[in-house]
Design a protein around this ligand. Structure first.
Ligand code: NI
Ligand code: MN
Length: 231
C-alpha cells in the first residue's frame, strides 16, 4: 500500500476502519452489541478513534477499545470530557464544529451534522458532528448521523475522494436524500452507511448504488460488513 493510500473497512452500521500511513483509525466503534459486526471489540486495534456523536450505536465500544489499546479518542468537547472523566480514557482530543486538528496521518476537521446527541447515561453529548479527513493525497468525508443539509455543497468544494453517507432513513437521511447529498458533495466515490443493522433501517444498497451510477458522477462502493476497499 502506497503511503498516500487509504484502506477502508466497513464493520457494519456506522463503524468504519481507516488504515493509512501505518495508522489505524476507527470511526464510531460499535461491535459487541451490533448484530452485524464481524468482529468483537476485544479483537480490534486502533491508534485513533473518531466519535461523531454520543448515541450508543456510535460510542458503545469507544472506551473499552481506547483503554485497551491506548488509542487517542477525538470527539466533540463534551464527549471527550465524558470519556476522560467517567471512563478513564487517557488520551482524548476535544474539539467542536468547524475546528480542525493535525494528527500524524492528516488533518481532521469537525463538520456539522443535523441530529441529536445524548450520551448513554443521559449526559449531554454536545453537538453531533461529521468529519472531513484530509490525508496527504486523499480527502474523506464521514457525514455521521445527519439529515441532508445544503452546506454539503461547501464540503464538496473541498474535493472529496470518498464520502461515507447514511442511507438508513428514520434516524438519518434515507436513500433519496443521500442521492441528493452525493450530487452536492460531488465525491469520486460514495459509500453507504448506517443501514441494515436492524429492520427499521433496512435498505437495498445495491438499488441505491444503481441510482448513484445513473444520476451522479460518483462511483458507489457497497461492501459487506468486514469487507474493505482501498482509495
Ligand atoms: Ni445517532
Ligand atoms: Mn446512529
Amino acid at each position: 500500500m502506497a503511503a498516500s493510500e487509504a484502506k477502508l473497512t466497513w464493520f457494519g452500521h456506522a463503524c468504519w476502519g481507516l488504515e493509512t500511513q501505518g495508522h489505524r483509525v476507527l470511526v464510531d466503534p460499535f461491535f459487541d452489541e451490533s448484530p452485524v459486526a464481524p468482529v468483537k471489540a476485544a479483537d480490534v486495534e486502533a491508534d485513533f478513534i473518531l466519535i461523531t456523536h454520543g448515541h450508543f450505536d456510535h460510542i458503545a465500544d469507544a472506551a473499552p477499545i481506547a483503554n485497551r489499546t491506548g488509542a487517542t479518542v477525538v470527539a466533540v468537547f463534551e464527549i471527550a470530557q465524558w470519556l476522560a472523566r467517567k471512563h478513564s480514557v487517557a488520551h482524548t482530543i476535544g474539539m467542536n464544529l468547524g475546528g480542525g486538528v493535525d494528527l500524524p496521518f492528516g488533518r481532521v476537521k469537525m463538520t456539522l451534522a443535523f441530529h441529536s446527541s445524548e450520551l448513554p447515561d443521559g449526559s449531554y453529548g454536545g453537538s453531533p458532528a461529521g468529519y472531513l479527513i484530509r490525508l496527504p493525497n486523499r480527502t474523506i468525508y464521514f457525514a455521521g448521523d445527519t439529515g441532508l443539509f445544503s452546506d454539503m455543497r461547501g464540503i464538496g468544494d473541498e474535493g472529496l475522494d470518498l464520502a461515507v453517507l447514511p442511507i438508513g432513513d428514520l434516524f438519518t437521511m434515507g436513500p433519496d436524500d443521500a442521492l441528493r447529498a452525493t450530487e452536492w458533495l460531488r465525491p469520486k466515490q460514495v459509500a453507504p452507511s448506517h443501514y441494515n443493522t436492524w429492520p427499521p433501517i433496512a435498505q437495498d444498497a445495491a438499488a441505491w448504488a444503481d441510482r448513484v451510477r445513473r444520476s451522479t458522477a460518483a462511483v458507489p462502493k457497497v461492501v459487506e460488513p468486514g469487507q474493505s476497499f482501498t482509495l
